[in-house]
Design a binder for this molecule. Structure first.
Ligand SMILES: Nc1nc2c(ncn2[C@@H]2O[C@H](COP(=O)(O)O[C@H]3[C@@H](O)[C@H](n4cnc5c(=O)[nH]c(N)nc54)O[C@@H]3COP(=O)(O)O)[C@@H](O)[C@H]2O)c(=O)[nH]1
Length: 731
């Protein structure tokens, strides 16, 4: 018998080595066992994933019997095989007629000619049940000792066959998963050679599987990272650890593909690391999205230039570097002159296109290491580092650069069929000076830029320490200004306007600030500041309320009079300006026909459409509009025609020289003739001499205002005098 067993084993091992299919191996084994043992019928069954008995190899059992037990569930009373599979122990039944485990099948023995059935579970590597190996005997009884030995050995052979099959199935499943996975994967050996690469990886790199197999993983990694990766891999081989990191691999065209990489060492049973599983995630999309998010967060959407937040970051870095390196840099604040006019005249998309062109010009005029950013609107800033160790040299270089930028911007720009001639005002500040912050520098450059604007635009101004004290003074003035309204430090003066016969036809309200320490602060020193910090809005309301109260008082007293109030652009642009004027008129009881609002030409430059609407609404109520300081700003006849204007005021700078300067005389005459054509009343302001008055009257100027007639004086007293009829009224 032992020879027979030996032959049996050899046959099975040969079959396994020869890759014979499982059904054939099982069938051959069953036949060989039946040939060795007398009067036995062999049954080998498999257990499927649902715990059901499935046919394996049963060469001599009745096919009808096999059909009956096919698909039977395993359980505690499921015959010898079903029970053995269930309890994972041999079930040796000497007589199926009487054994309780055959209770449900007891007639089958007689019907198919067997009485004894000895069954052995076949367990897998993880002690899972793979199948059963059973011997049926026609007579009742138990196996003798020799048979038991043979049966145990045969059960092991069945185990070998089934376990190999199971392993193969698992390998096939894993391989299919590896091949079909969308995650790019590689299997490399401990020398870094690629054993397997799945199609997802081949697609990612554009390299065929055959080309990848046997290639070194290092050859796919960029040169720069190669050494680092090699060291890391050696470390994980030693320590048998996972590695997770990011690196770039080269695709078929040699382009670097950024990847998230997970390397898992695969040890064998002896815990020796022989292979590594490498799974990869393509990071391109994520990096693109991150880059886009960053671009949106730190760049201006119109020009693509860095925005304020990125610029402030670079500025503080540049400041720190300059201090460390004892070098000087400069910050240039570039503001386009009258840019709003482009938006108003040509629309916002033209304005945007112009901003893009300006950004390009600025970029092209600078060194690569310089930064140009857009802070918003028509404001650009330029940051230049390393302009020299000497602050004076740095200032000179910054000035040269600013002159170059101004000259560049003045060159006409052709945009969508329009030629734009821009000018810009540039403020410069050099750094470092002391312990100033980036915010301080921006304020300094801004202040210098305003200096440039004041000097007539299209100019460059350098911030100097003197400006610093101006800045400090400005801050102090702003603090005082904020308290001045509550402390009732403001007063309103009135200055009369007369007709050619010297009769008073109106009075202009002029604001005065009586500061307890500063004394009389002239409007020119605080109106712009009040505009910048928004205080002009409550202040303007207060002026309007005061004037309307006087208007109502004069009308009620039977001495009605026109009064003119200066309205600043900031005040006019308040969303509720129209409603506020209506409310003040209503509450005071003043007649709108007696109120004139003096606006400046800049109101017509910035957002003219909105101005037209508000002015028209107020004009419908009867309020008159006058263009103040006419002639010094941007005058466009087309605007004048579209606005509900009643009056223009010729600026005193023209009036003062009409006697001696032929050009100014000609200009004033032109203004008068234009006003006549447009049927507008003209008020000449700043009339100081009789000669000026005579000329103006001779040229047809209807109204005059100036020190010659009367100086501005306390409004309340002036009104009292007017009511007492001691001021001449028109007939
Ligand atoms: N938004 C507001 N602006 C106001 C208000 N009150 C005044 N202002 C503006 O401040 C500017 C300066 O005003 P002021 O110092 O009062 O100067 C005015 C007159 O005093 C001055 N003037 C008048 N006659 C003569 C003259 O013969 N010679 C001479 N050298 N100056 C003279 O001119 C100024 C007239 O102002 P305006 O007609 O408005 O131009 C001034 O621009 C005001 O707009 C306010 O309440 N709100």
């Amino acid at each position: 018998m032992s020879d027979a067993v030996f032959l049996l084993e050899r046959a099975v091992l040969n079959g396994l080595a020869g890759d014979a299919p499982l059904p054939e191996l099982l069938r051959r084994l069953a036949e060989d066992i039946e040939a060795i043992l007398d009067d036995v019928r062999v049954s080998i069954q498999r257990i499927d994933g649902h715990g059901k008995l499935r046919a394996g190899a049963s060469p001599s059992l009745d096919p009808d019997y096999l059909a009956l037990i096919e698909g039977e569930s395993i359980g505690p009373k499921a015959g010898s095989c079903g029970t053995a599979a269930f309890i994972r122990e041999p079930v040796v039944v000497s007589d199926v007629r009487t054994d309780p485990r055959w209770e449900n099948y007891k007639t089958l023995g007689d019907r198919f000619g067997f009485r004894a059935c000895w069954s052995f579970p076949v367990l897998g590597d993880r002690r899972e049940v793979l199948g059963t190996f059973a011997l049926y005997r026609a007579e009742p009884g138990l196996p003798d000792a020799e048979e038991q030995g043979l049966i145990a050995r045969c059960a092991e052979l069945v185990h070998l066959i089934m376990a190999r099959e199971q392993r193969q199935a698992e390998i096939d499943l894993l391989r299919r998963g590896f091949d079909r996975s969308l995650v790019p994967m590689l299997l490399i050996d401990d020398s870094g050679r690629i054993d397997l690469a799945n199609p997802a990886l081949c697609r990612l790199l554009g390299i065929a599987t055959a080309q990848l197999r046997g290639q070194s993983l290092m050859s796919l990694i960029g040169l720069v990272e190669r050494l680092e990766v090699l060291e890391e891999l050696q470390a994980i081989i030693k320590q048998n650890l996972n590695w997770h990191g990011e690196l770039a691999m080269l695709d078929a065209d040699g382009a670097a593909v950024p990847l998230d990489v997970m390397v898992t060492p695969i040890g064998n049973d002896h815990r020796d690391v022989a292979h590594f599983m490498v799974s990869l995630t393509d990071l391109r999309e994520r990096l693109r999205a991150e880059a886009e998010l960053e671009r949106l967060a730190f760049h201006d959407p119109v020009t693509g230039l860095p925005n304020r937040s990125l610029f402030e970051d670079r500025l503080s870095m540049a400041l720190a570097t300059s201090r460390r390196e004892r070098q000087h840099g400069a910050l240039l604040f570039v503001d386009l002159d009258h840019f709003k006019m482009v938006n108003d005249l040509h629309g916002h998309s033209q304005g945007d296109a112009l901003l893009v062109a300006v950004a390009d010009r600025l970029r092209l005029s600078l060194r690569e290491e310089d930064t140009v950013a857009r802070l918003g609107g028509d404001e650009f800033v330029v940051l230049c580092s390393r302009l020299g160790a000497d602050p004076l040299v740095a200032a000179r270089r910054a000035r040269m650069l600013a002159d170059k930028l101004v000259a560049e911007l003045v060159q006409p720009l052709q945009i969508r069929g329009h030629s734009h001639a821009l000018t810009a005002s540039v403020g410069i500040t050099v750094f470092p000076k002391g312990l100033e912050t980036g915010e301080d520098l921006l304020r300094e450059a801004d202040t210098a830029m305003y200096r440039a604007k004041e000097s007539g635009r299209n100019a460059v101004a350098l911030f100097d320490p003197q400006m610093q004290s101006v800045l400090r003074e400005r801050d102090a003035l702003e603090r005082d200004l904020r308290q001045a309204l509550q402390r009732r430090e403001f007063a309103l003066h009135l200055q009369p306007q007369v007709d050619q016969d010297g009769r008073v036809c109106a009075a202009e309200a002029l604001l005065r600030w009586q500061h307890p320490e500063r004394g009389n602060v002239p409007p020119l020193n605080f109106i712009r500041l009040a505009e910048e910090c928004g205080l002009i809005v409550p202040l303007g309301d207060w002026v309007l309320e005061q004037v309307c109260t006087w208007l109502a008082r004069c009308a009620t007293a039977g001495r009605p009079l026109h009064m003119a109030v200066n309205v600043s652009v900031r005040q006019f642009r308040e969303p509720n300006f129209l409603a506020r004027v209506e409310q003040i008129l209503r509450q005071s009881g003043a007649d709108p026909l007696h109120l004139t609002l003096e606006v400046t030409e800049s109101l017509l430059i910035d957002d003219a459409e909105a101005s037209v609407d508000i002015m028209s609404a107020l004009a419908k109520l009867g309020v008159r509009f006058s263009i103040d300081d006419f002639g010094i700003g941007y005058s466009s006849l087309s605007y004048l025609r579209r606005l509900p204007l009643r009056e223009i005021k010729i600026d005193k700078s023209f009036v003062q020289d009409i006697v001696d300067n032929a050009d100014d005389a000609a200009l004033v005459q032109t203004m008068l003739s234009m006003a006549k054509h447009l049927r507008l009343t003209v008020v000449a302001e700043g009339v100081e001499t009789q000669a000026q008055r005579d000329l103006l009257c001779q040229w047809g100027c209807q109204r005059l205002q100036g020190y010659l007639i009367d100086r501005p004086s306390d409004g309340a007293l002036w009104v009292e005098r007017w009511l007492a009829a001691s001021v001449a009224a028109p007939p």
